[in-house]
Design a protein around this ligand. Structure first.
Ligand code: AMP
Ligand code: ZN
Length: 120
């Protein structure tokens, strides 16, 4: 899908509304519209990258920052791993084989009491 017609580019720019939980120069995080768990947030780069398979060495800083942001947001959302049975799940679906529906790179943050709904 082209950048011009990308749902998550439109969410990042604010053209399509979302419930944002974080915004900075490089990333936006917002609540998944069909949550599979009590906490279900999507973290996206503002840069349009279609899939993890499209990433190259030059995207390493972006991906590194994205993972650090995932951990920081998990902390802010109250689901960081702090011992015991705490923690969260991070999912990046890639391509049809991985169940990807929106072709703009995104990491799911999932947490909360089981059961969770099926994703994809
Ligand atoms: P994936 O299957 O990994 O591509 O995940 C895409 C996710 O985007 C799904 O969990 C959808 O529920 C979510 N989603 C689709 N449209 C929106 C939207 N307008 N706002 C927030 N989340 C969305
Ligand atoms: Zn996009």
């Amino acid at each position: 899908m082209s950048h011009d017609n990308c749902l998550f580019c439109k969410i990042a720019s604010g053209e399509i509304p979302s419930t944002k939980v974080h915004e900075d120069e490089d990333f936006v995080a917002f609540k998944d519209i069909h949550p599979a768990a009590d906490t279900h947030v999507l973290v996206i780069p503002r840069k349009h990258v279609e899939t993890l398979s499209n990433c190259t060495q030059s995207d390493a800083p972006l991906l590194g920052k994205m993972m650090i942001l995932v951990a920081r947001l998990a902390d802010e959302l109250g689901c960081a791993y702090t011992g015991g049975d705490t923690g969260f799940r991070t999912v990046i679906n890639t391509g049809p084989g991985g169940g990807q529906e929106v072709y703009h790179l995104h990491a799911h943050i999932l947490a909360g009491p089981r059961p969770w709904k099926r994703m994809g």
